[in-house]
Design a protein around this ligand. Structure first.
Ligand code: MRU
Length: 353
């Protein structure tokens, strides 16, 4: 992501130190955090300082590598220490497949040596960035000049190591000079659309508006939306897809209006172990995210305020599952495929990792 003229990845390593953009501080402050401890990385993922499928995956990979480096000082039993660390990292957030994809690869390398673990984590991060860039190449032709695009949550550069998925084709089309307009769902309760997607689009100079979460059907009815592109947190073998809560509603409404609904995701998000969406674990988060909102006052001082009726409780499922029948296609680093072809991509990933 370009910030004030400088290119940043969202998560990166410098030697045995990991640095990342603190997403909870955006869009009000641009802050970079630094750590050499895998426990700190777990905290950052759990508290969503780093969020978004690919960014979580990259930080989980580096966390696993840091654990391998920390192990010799902390426990005479190297395997036990890194095994426990892996369980701890994997317990931070259950839904995004990329996290587990990263820990699997880096743990296996870490069994050989801490250096191999760090090299594997770097590969996971690099692959995430290059996959996202490719998604932009394949998705760009879907965007016609003058298109209105609806997106949900944040699947831009912040949600990945770089480029993003749902927004990668948008950036590519915009750079090519196509006129396009993005409607960014605010995406309550944490407002990733209003805070992060809008910030990213603003940085890139892409024309956009933040729209309330309940505006999608009305916008589609008015002919403002030509296509919907969202990201994915986990894709089952039959194409059912878990993504931020509210995605399912967009997909059903798009289907009603005959508007193409695309999921943009790298093949590392596909989970062959989940046969259908019923097998995907959906994270339920703290009710406080629904009950409270945080932002600056006119002087820039941050406040957290109650926005619901005092004494009422809230339900806060973080994701929903969109059945494959509503998905027009998956924009991946290997090309665009229909839901029935999703498993062929896993085979292709293994053939050319
Ligand atoms: O809970 P988050 O913010 O980590 O949610 C993940 C997401 O950003 C979205 O579901 C996104 O559209 C998937 S792709 C990063």
């Amino acid at each position: 992501v370009k910030v004030n003229g400088t290119d940043y990845r969202t998560v990166w390593a410098e030697g045995h130190t990991v640095r990342f953009i603190e997403q909870n501080r955006l869009p009000f402050a641009f802050v970079i955090n630094t750590t050499s401890s895998y426990v700190d990385c777990c905290h950052a993922i759990r508290t969503m300082q780093v969020r978004g499928a690919g960014a979580i995956g990259a930080l989980a990979g580096f966390a696993m590598a840091l654990a391998c480096h920390e192990a010799p000082e902390k426990d005479p039993d190297y395997r036990k220490f890194i095994g426990n660390a892996r369980s701890e990292i994997e317990a931070t957030r259950p839904t995004a497949r990329n996290l587990f994809h990263a820990t699997e690869l880096v743990y296996a390398a870490g069994l050989e040596s801490p250096e191999k673990a760090m090299a594997a984590a770097q590969q996971v991060a690099d692959r995430d960035a290059s996959d996202s860039q490719q998604i932009g190449e394949f998705g760009n032709p879907l965007i016609r000049d003058g298109a209105g695009i609806l997106t949900h949550c944040n699947a831009g550069c912040l949600a990945f190591v770089d480029y993003g998925t749902a927004l990668s084709p948008v950036y590519k089309a915009h750079r090519e000079g196509k006129k396009l307009f993005v409607y960014a769902d605010e995406t309550r309760p944490r407002s990733q659309g209003a805070r992060l997607t809008a910030w990213e689009l603003h940085q890139a100079g892409v024309p956009h508006l933040i729209v309330p979460d309940n505006a999608a059907a009305a916008l589609m009815a008015k002919g403002k939306i030509d296509l919907v592109i969202t990201g994915a947190d986990r894709i089952a073998a039959n194409g059912d897809t878990a993504n931020k809560i509210g995605t399912l509603e967009r997909a059903i409404v798009a289907c009603e209006f005959g508007i193409p609904f695309y999921i943009a995701a790298p093949t590392s998000t596909i989970d062959p172990a989940c046969k259908t969406g019923d097998d995907i674990v959906i994270e339920e988060r703290d009710e406080e995210e629904v009950l409270y909102q945080e932002g600056p006052d006119a002087q820039g001082t941050m406040h957290r305020i109650l926005v619901c009726s005092p004494g009422s409780h809230a339900l806060n499922p973080a994701f929903d599952v969109t059945p494959a029948k509503y998905i027009t296609g998956f924009i991946t680093e290997k090309g665009i495929v229909e839901p029935e072809e999703i498993m062929k991509l896993v085979e292709a990933r293994h053939a050319s990792p």
